[in-house]
Design a protein around this ligand. Sequence first.
Ligand SMILES: Nc1nc2c(ncn2[C@@H]2O[C@H](COP(=O)(O)OP(=O)(O)OP(=O)(O)O)[C@@H](O)[C@H]2O)c(=O)[nH]1
Length: 293
Amino acid sequence: MSHKAGFVNIIGNPNVGKSTLMNAFVGERLSIITSKAQTTRHRILGIVNGEDFQLVLSDTPGIIKPAYEMQESMMNFVKSAFEDADILIYMVEIGEQDLKDEAFFNKIVYAKIPVLLLLNKIDNSNQEQLEEQVAFWKEKVPNAEIFPISALQNFNVPEVFGRIIELLPESPAYYPKDQLTDKPERFFVNETIREKILLNYAKEIPYAVEIVTEEFFEDEKIIRIRSVIMVERDTQKGIIIGHKGAALKKVGMDARVDLEKFFGKQIHIELYVKVNKNWRSNANMLKRFGYNQ
Ligand SMILES: Nc1nc2c(ncn2[C@@H]2O[C@H](COP(=O)(O)OP(=O)(O)OP(=O)(O)O)[C@@H](O)[C@H]2O)c(=O)[nH]1
């Protein structure tokens, strides 16, 4: 049986309905994971698995609200939104006229991947307004397929989903399907730790790590987590640990704050650092998320 898989990047201003769309997709489909966890350059909104497909939806927060000061980082975000994805979803809401950033907007117009423009919240509009808006966006983004939708009311959402599946390239799954549905918590933990490493260290380090959560034990009150941060070289191990362990401790504390919010429970987290020269070659499935820089 042939299998399709790919990355769909959703961009759009805050509050246009990205999370609601994800939920609508889930309502339609099988297994799913949602998180606000951040990968290197994308925030994964969810993964939708079917027997013969896997759809990884992410957004690129840096685009709309530049959270990173360095110009270079911004450029990476820009690049990744258009080059790492197989399909680009540009989500707008009724009444919206433009992306705030004109240069960015032009990128959408010249994107080399298929662009689906979702005009959301049409339950808030009438026929006349809708027609006017569709005409407006057709002119603005001639390369896009336009779908008026209501993510909230699931209007036209199955059609969008079907079109995405059609457009997905033939590919094996990027994430192991059952493992993910079995142990999504570990995945969130890994991505949260990864994010904290990204924020706390100089640029070279984050790309050289892989996180493995070896223990995730939950009882009524507390979640106990033990994770290993794998690096390629001894020098990197030293940097991650830091003077008297201070740097690693900071990563653990920062991660704990986020994880407590996410899981709504007290978290106890232990972090270890190990040197494993070959992790990179074992991490194929994660390459597309920027591990291969
Ligand atoms: N009327 C209407 N409201 C919607 C629709 N889709 C989303 N909303 C509402 O719009 C608000 C924002 O929706 P979210 O899904 O959180 O938007 P988002 O793009 O994920 O927001 P950020 O995470 O801030 O970027 C919520 O109050 C939703 O209920 C829709 O189709 N119709």
